[in-house]
Write a protein that binds this ligand. Structure first.
Ligand code: PLP
Length: 415
């Protein structure tokens, strides 16, 4: 029987991860044809020349011979002690290295936590826009992702009352991503406290993705939700990929805190799943202690004159000069999420725009609708290129916007 496909899991039918999807494949094909494509789709600092602080790699090299065996499923002891110390210092209650897990990136731990938690049909409150792994992992583990809006007109900061209206008897957990990918929003402390109080009131597990905790601009301050979550179960996620520019080391962690007496079963479920994958990559774990106890290398990047700050400024200036774009100024993380306000779907479609931008101007970015939003007039761009390249990229974006919105009859014809 010719071309009869092997059936695949139906669990995947609604699962999407377009950051590395068809547009990305098209960009690679253009590169293979000899085009220079500016790929601004992935938050991978190394591919834009950022370096991991040297003392992290030095420690891995020094400990390589100690890395030849499996370690405990939770991870090496010393790093877990330091991670737990950091969580305690941030005000998390009932933290213990025995309830701290190291994984192959936060990605692995997101899946592991949701797998441990969810039964078929359980609902999880996920931000919209989200980092799409969260929605995908909820679906893959039999849950239902109920998206709560983080509205551009509210600075992409969620409203606890709007979230509360979505809670049902099947709601199990509230996901927060703060500082946020893709919007760059950083939630004010009183809002974080209100979100935690909501979780306490409804006995929801707080799942707090804080992987961008050290990447803050201007006067933004990071407020850990665990500080306010002592009366519910809280799982806080952090890692080396972003703040320490070490995506390739694949190192993330997850700290349980709060009302841990209610979480014995959850803890055992996590332990079982962690044991089934034996352990996380061992060499990378040696970088954790020098990262968390060594000098701060991120603030210089996000302060005036710093590489990320200046690129962010190039985006802000580019949007200001644009006839069509609008932006909630990112206060943290590595992205901006500009929009085209007032454009109707017939005038502007984020996917069509992203494809035109790629084909006509050789810039790859991610359409906003890849982040589980109901509207199609936003896109995500990473702040990782240098400022000069970002200025150039903003000009290319504007050219396509002008063609799309002001001369739609020409827009399709440009090769
Ligand atoms: N969470 C968020 C919000 C992210 O943006 C990312 C990566 O971009 C991850 C988790 C995954 O990070 P890791 O490299 O630790 O798997």
């Amino acid at each position: 029987m010719p071309n009869r496909q092997i059936p695949v899991s139906s669990r995947l039918s609604d699962v999407r991860y377009e950051i590395r999807g068809e547009l990305f494949e098209r960009a690679l094909a253009l590169e293979a044809q000899g085009h220079v494509v500016h790929k601004l789709n992935i938050g991978n600092p190394a591919s834009f020349g950022f370096k991991t602080p040297a003392h992290l790699g030095a420690e891995i090299r020094a400990r390589l011979e100690d890395s030849e065996g499996y370690c405990h499923q939770r991870g090496l002891t010393e790093p877990r002690v330091v991670i737990a110390d950091q969580a305690r210092a941030r005000g998390a209650a009932n933290v213990d290295p025995e309830r701290t897990w190291i994984g192959n990136g936060v990605s692995e731990l997101i899946d592991l936590a949701l797998r441990a938690l969810l039964n078929h049909g359980d609902e999880v409150l996920v931000p919209s826009p989200d980092y799409p792994l969260w929605t995908a992992s909820v679906l893959l583990n039999g849950g239902i992702a109920v998206h709560y809006p983080c509205r551009p007109e509210a600075g992409f900061v969620p409203d606890p009352a709007e979230i509360e209206a979505l809670i049902t008897p099947r709601t199990r957990a509230l996901v927060l991503i703060n500082p946020n990918n893709p919007t760059g929003a950083v939630y004010p402390p009183e809002r974080v406290a209100a979100l935690a109080a909501l979780a306490v009131r409804h006995r929801l597990v707080l799942l707090s993705d804080e992987i961008y905790d050290g990447l803050l601009y201007d006067k933004a301050g990071f407020e850990p939700v665990a500080r306010h979550g002592s009366e519910t179960v809280c799982l806080s996620f952090g890692g080396l990929s972003k703040v320490y520019r070490a995506c390739g080391y694949r190192v993330g962690w997850m700290v349980m805190s709060g009302d841990v007496r209610r979480a014995n079963d959850l803890r055992h479920a996590i332990e079982l799943l962690a044991a089934l994958r034996l352990c996380s990559n061992v060499p990378g774990q040696w970088a954790i202690v020098p990262a968390l106890t060594g000098p701060d290398s991120a603030s210089a990047l996000t302060a005036p004159g710093g590489r990320l700050f200046e690129t962010r400024r190039a985006v802000i200036d580019g949007v200001r000069a644009s006839r069509h774009l609008d932006l909630v100024t990112p206060a943290g993380a590595l992205y901006a999420f500009p929009g085209v306000p007032g454009a109707t779907p017939a005038q502007f479609d984020d996917r069509r725009f992203a494809l035109d931008l790629l084909e006509q101007e050789q810039v790859l970015l991610v359409p906003g609708s890849s982040f589980n939003v109901p509207y199609r007039n936003h896109f995500r761009i990473t702040l990782l290129p240098d400022a000069a390249l970002m200025r150039d990229v903003l000009e290319r974006i504007e050219r396509v916007l002008v063609r799309t919105l002001e001369r739609p009859e020409d827009a399709r014809q440009v090769a």
